[in-house]
Design a protein. Structure first.
Length: 210
């Protein structure tokens, strides 16, 4: 719970698919180990899937108003994290969202602050930061050649070697449990720095490695 019991604080991360839900929940658990008491001093910290990248904005605003702000008021601190892949905005995989307009609408509905957590270029690129963990999960030799122009293609080709499909946005049982999030988070210090600040981790170049 927050130190000031009269003012609540919550952190809500909105993501596009089940892969992202699992990934950010793992990041959340890892960050908790970096805090003195091994816990977050907030009233709510949740990762929520919009379940449809094509309706990301519409569903996000609806969920925020009905599921979050109905429990909080203007005095409370409500931090919203928008988590998405950069590929959709760079290469047109799905309709681009006016991020500044979305921020404004979230603020109008009660958000105290909006932060952006952007995976370059896909969440799979972040997963592939632990190549050995992926290879171990699939039961492939650690010297297996990694091919593909990005993390998504690399995972799809590796899964194909085991005659398994990798579908973006769907849950892959056991994959993220096999990864070293100490390693992954240490490589994502810049990308995760805003979230670190919100949960109370003091920012430094080596904080995620210590």
């Amino acid at each position: 719970m927050s130190k000031n019991k009269q003012v609540k604080k919550c952190i809500i991360l909105y993501v596009e698919g089940q892969t992202e839900v699992e990934f950010y929940n793992k990041v959340k658990e890892y960050m908790k180990t970096k805090l003195p008491k091994k816990k977050f001093e907030v009233d709510q910290f949740e990762v929520i899937c919009t379940k449809s990248i094509n309706q990301f904005k519409k569903k996000l605003l609806l969920k925020f108003e009905k599921e979050i702000m109905s429990k909080y008021n203007k005095k409370d601190e409500v931090i919203v994290g928008l988590c998405y892949d950069s590929d959709g905005y760079e290469f047109g995989f799905h309709p681009a969202i006016d991020r500044k307009k979305l921020e404004k609408e979230l603020n109008e509905k009660g958000a105290s602050k909006v932060i952006h957590l952007v995976a370059h270029k896909t969440i799979e690129d972040w997963i592939m930061l632990d190549e050995k963990g992926v290879l171990r999960y699939l039961g492939l030799p650690l010297n297996t050649a990694i091919k593909g122009k990005n993390g998504l293609e690399q995972l799809q080709l590796l899964f194909k070697k085991k005659n398994r499909p990798y579908l973006k946005g769907t849950k892959v049982e056991g994959l993220l449990d096999a990864l070293d999030f100490n390693l992954i988070c240490s490589k994502l210090c810049c990308e995760l720095s805003l979230l670190c600040c919100e949960v109370g981790i003091k920012c430094s170049k080596d904080i995620m490695k210590s």
